[in-house]
Design a protein around this ligand. Structure first.
Ligand SMILES: Nc1ncnc2c1ncn2[C@@H]1O[C@H](COP(=O)(O)OP(=O)(O)OP(=O)(O)O)[C@@H](O)[C@H]1O
Ligand SMILES: [Mg+2]
Length: 408
């Protein structure tokens, strides 16, 4: 489980930390930096996938020109906070009973021939370092293991994945690095595309794509357990006005599986004509109930296209699934209705991103840490507080005040 993300000189953050829980909500004005946080998580996901720094930042394309990995927004020129020499990310994780911290600092390559290089990297389990890539002169590039050994590495790819694959070290290092790589690589960034969700899919294609690809086969997999199928149908009934009794997955002559929603009156509606909101619900349900749901799902504006009356049901479902463990969900939002619906646990994991006046950097603060936040939430509701601009006002007051105190 991911517990925190620290961003140093990454895009518009100088040094900020986001607390991450089972369900994490990030609010903030337009252009405050919410999606920059997503970009930071994507960078780490790219590490988990074993890519080089150049691939993670600039994209990875096959010989046919097709993209396997999209570049980070802004790519090479805008990933580091303007006028800074390097950026760093530090992610906190719990792996079983152990706390792990993985840090990486990245700079542009000296002559820009290979894009970027690692200037510092470290993996800690508890307080102990498993390995460190120290800040060495440019020509020297090695990592130091906890047993004192030095291993030469390449400078253009994170040491984490190089160490995991290395034959020069004992299996212990693979056992230490693999769970971290898996946790990073299994983060998911769902940006459902209605066209993709409507497409029939081939049997066996049971990994939900980031655009919602393979929705029919993933749902079919979930429904192969009758009890799960009933839970799924009952959520569709709750979340939409349709009286859905079950889902069916008839094959077409080419063998592709179609998604049909069967209503109580015997009518069947195919994914082609199911409503956009219904498909959005289905893809979220597929993510939450899918077999390999040992992941963190990142949604940009989860509330997008969903009626406010149904939104609290969706929030409720995510909170229940996330609190069971295994799955984590992180969403950005502008919706007061979503904020009004979250429970006390999620409130503790709700943060606001804000750019203060006269400063192009953004700050991240837990909403619960703002003055009187808990009392005000009880009295007025978080949705109303958000609508009134209270979070930003509270930040301007407290942060400006802090700065003035620092100056004096
Ligand atoms: N390298 C950088 N250095 C400093 N600031 C940057 C850098 N790259 C991007 N930014 C800032 O980040 C802003 C974009 O932030 P982001 O896309 O995360 O906004 P957002 O909170 O997701 O907004 P919205 O709600 O509109 O989607 C840009 O307007 C720019 O000011
Ligand atoms: Mg955004």
């Amino acid at each position: 489980m991911i517990t925190s993300l620290r961003l140093l000189d990454f895009k518009n953050f100088a040094d900020e930390t986001l607390r991450v829980g089972p369900f994490t909500v990030v609010v903030g004005a337009n252009a405050s930096g919410k999606s920059n946080i997503r970009d930071a998580f994507r960078f780490l996901q790219g590490i988990g996938r074993g890519y080089t720094l150049a691939e993670i930042i600039g994209g990875k394309y096959g010989a046919d020109g097709r993209g396997e990995w999209r570049p980070i927004r802004g790519a090479a020129n805008e990933i580091i906070r303007f006028d800074q020499p390097a950026f760093a990310l530090e992610i906190g994780l719990t792996l079983g009973n152990e706390k792990a911290t993985y840090s990486i600092e990245v700079s542009p390559e000296r002559f820009r021939t290979t894009g970027f290089r690692i200037t510092y990297e470290c993996l800690r389990m508890g307080q102990k370092e498993v390995y460190t890539k120290p800040r060495t002169p440019y020509e020297e590039i090695y990592i130091e293991l906890d047993n004192g050994r030095r291993i030469d590495i390449k400078r253009d790819r994170p040491a984490l994945t190089q160490l995991c694959e290395s034959r020069q070290v004992g299996i212990r290092y693979r056992d230490r690095t693999r769970p971290v790589i898996n946790a990073l690589g299994s983060m998911r960034f769902l940006e459902p595309s209605l066209d993709r969700m409507r497409e029939p899919t081939f049997p066996g294609a049971n990994v939900l794509g980031d655009s919602g690809e393979n929705l029919p086969t993933v749902l079919e997999g979930i429904c192969s357990d009758a009890q799960h199928g009933e839970i799924l149908a009952s959520w569709v009934r709750e979340l939409t006005p349709m009286d859905v009794r079950g889902l069916e997955f008839p094959p077409d002559p080419s063998g592709r599986v179609h998604l049909m929603l069967c209503e109580a009156n015997g009518r069947k509606v195919s994914a082609y004509s199911a409503s956009d909101g219904t498909l959005r619900f289905l893809v979220i349900l597929a993510a939450l109930f899918g077999k390999d749901s040992k992941e963190m799902y990142f949604f940009e504006e989860l509330d997008n296209g969903i009626h406010p009356v149904r939104l609290h049901l969706l929030v409720d479902l995510i909170e229940r699934q996330a609190e069971k463990g295994g799955i984590q969900v992180l969403t950005t939002t502008h919706a007061p209705t979503l904020l009004a619906a979250i429970n006390d646990v999620t409130f503790e994991n709700t943060s606001v991103v804000c750019r203060l006046e006269h400063n192009s950097d953004a700050i991240i603060r837990r909403v619960a840490d703002l003055p009187n936040a808990r009392e005000l939430r009880k009295d007025q509701g978080l949705g109303r507080l958000h609508e009134s601009g209270w979070m930003e006002d509270a930040l301007f007051f407290t942060e400006d005040y802090d700065e003035a105190e620092d100056d004096s």
